[in-house]
Design a protein around this ligand. Structure first.
Ligand SMILES: O=C(O)/C=C(\CC(=O)C(=O)O)C(=O)O
Length: 313
């Protein structure tokens, strides 16, 4: 892969660029595997970053994303709108449109979005909206506004992706459980993996999934959640061991409601940039059998994002 560019924008201080020479994974992904959480950034010269953004990344174009897809052995991508683009979905939509049907998208929309705009997003491959509650990433949006958006997109058969930190789940519980769609949680609701897996915080997350069959989880981002590592660098085959019990618990208890994604290009990491090939090698630690891997990487994302290809299958 080529080196990341920045265009006329100045990257946030301390920004870590994506890893330019990912290893070839030792784990062979099942045929048709979907990278169900990744982003594109710009390029800023073509798709400028939003004025209200909280960070300015290096560029991470669709070309680089699709080169990584092919290198790692994925067949498809789900591209999630990143907050550095605000509610301007053009970079994500452009990537979906030029994927030959191999990428679907999750957008950010405002209450003012028109039905025609929603239809155009649908035609481009968008199948969900993302509500972000991570305070360092976005300004607050009133919940009645989000609920109104959720009701409108429900009519299109879309779902809602939610991103929040574990400590905020109690306060957000009533809002999340009132959503009228499938609800997909990013990165297991960001558990603090230094706390016990059977402690009240992670138990609340499991209860959230147990009591609400419309709630799914991405078991992604060990590199964000890990405290003790080891890091997915230097050929490490057993990276982020402190995250494994949490992710494996979710995969084993809810095998039909889990998704996995690289999170490339890994915005806002502070400590290190993982080798994406070694991140793929993390998967069998959390989904140890071929049956679980097939559901996590193929069957579940296909059912959610390409249902027309799975119906009757
Ligand atoms: O890539 C992720 O999922 C996580 C992010 C960035 C993000 O969500 C965004 O910019 O939209 C984070 O924790 O900084």
């Amino acid at each position: 892969m080529s080196k990341p560019t920045t265009g006329d924008f100045t990257k946030t201080a301390g920004w870590l660029d994506w890893y330019t020479s990912p290893s070839t994974p030792k784990f062979r992904l099942p045929a048709g595997a979907v990278d169900a959480h990744c982003h594109v950034f710009g390029p800023g010269a073509e798709f400028p970053y939003a004025p209200e953004r909280k960070y300015t990344p290096c560029d991470a174009s669709k070309h680089e994303l699709y080169a990584l897809r092919d290198h790692l052995g994925f067949a498809r991508n789900v591209i999630v709108q990143a907050t550095c683009h605000g509610a301007d979905n053009r970079a994500m939509v452009d990537a979906c449109l030029s994927s030959g049907g191999k990428a679907r998208g999750v957008a950010t929309v405002k209450r003012s979005v028109t039905d025609e705009e929603l239809q155009a997003l649908h035609a481009a491959g968008v199948r969900g909206v993302r509500f972000n509650f991570v305070k360092r990433l976005v300004d607050f949006t009133p919940k009645d506004e989000l609920l109104e958006i959720a009701e409108r997109i429900a009519r299109l058969g879309w779902h809602v992706v939610i991103y929040f930190e574990a400590v905020d789940l109690p306060e957000l519980w009533d809002f999340f459980t009132a959503l009228p769609t499938t609800v997909v949680v990013d990165h297991m609701g960001r558990p603090d993996v230094s706390k016990p897996i059977d402690g009240p915080e992670f138990e609340l997350f499991l209860k959230f999934m147990r009591e609400h069959p419309n709630v799914w989880s991405k078991v992604s981002c060990p590199e964000r959640l890990s405290v003790t590592g080891p890091k997915a660098l230097g050929g490490e085959q057993a990276a982020y061991q402190d995250v494994v019990p949490f992710a494996r618990r979710v995969v084993e208890e809810f095998p039909d409601r889990v998704l996995w994604g690289t999170d490339w290009p890994h915005p806002n990491l502070k400590d290190h940039m993982p080798d994406d090939g070694l991140l793929v090698d993390f998967i069998p630690h959390i989904a140890p059998t071929p049956e679980l891997q097939q559901k996590l990487l193929v069957d579940n994302p296909m059912r959610l994002y390409w249902p027309e290809e799975t119906q009757g299958a």
